[in-house]
Design a protein around this ligand. Structure first.
Ligand SMILES: [Mg+2]
Length: 180
């Protein structure tokens, strides 16, 4: 690490800053009167908890305009990210090319909930190939080509994955990256 610059952190959005699973749960409750509990997921993707006749609809809902626009903010994330910006170069790194309206929805969501993050520090991308020192992400596929410090943010789908440094919530991130 170059000591003349602040360390860089890349922070993921879905399931790290934004509660995407909560939105999916709401969608299936509203449109199908089908209730998924977080405990049903435990180590599985949301779609894997659905009955066969509903499983293929997940992609359709994620592709709707607005899906990513009104996700709940993960508790504590705004304050901790703000505090991180004092000690680190903070980037928000989110895949935003796969689903049709995700880029504009995610941009508007960030502007509303994280207005202190400049556009220069937003990386909307396909694969996350990033020159940063620390990554916070819930998907280990994003760690494959990354040699820095990896913080796996706990999400129901990754509960059974072992061998990574984990953070379970934003106070955990603060404890690891802001203390001392
Ligand atoms: Mg994610």
């Amino acid at each position: 690490m170059n000591i003349h610059r602040k360390p860089r952190i890349a922070i993921d959005m879905d399931e790290v800053l934004a509660d995407t699973v909560d939105k999916l749960i709401e969608v299936y409750k509203e449109r199908h009167q089908h209730e998924v509990l977080l405990s049903d997921m435990h180590g599985r993707e949301f779609g894997q908890t659905l009955p066969a006749n509903l499983a293929s609809s997940v992609k359709q809902y994620i592709n709707e305009r607005g899906f990513f626009r009104n996700l709940k903010v993960m508790p504590g994330s705004q304050d901790v990210v703000k505090a991180l910006t004092e000690h680190y170069d903070v980037y928000i790194a989110s895949a935003a090319m796969e689903f049709k309206y995700s880029l504009e929805d995610k941009q508007a969501w960030l502007e509303e909930h994280f207005p202190f993050i400049s556009w220069t520090n937003i990386i909307f991308c396909g694969h996350k190939i990033l020159d940063v020192d620390i990554m916070i992400d819930d998907r280990i596929k994003n760690f494959v080509t990354f040699n820095g410090r990896k913080l796996l943010y706990s999400s129901p789908h990754n509960f059974l994955i072992e061998g990574f440094e984990r953070v379970n919530n934003w106070p955990d991130v603060a404890a690891k990256l802001l203390s001392t």
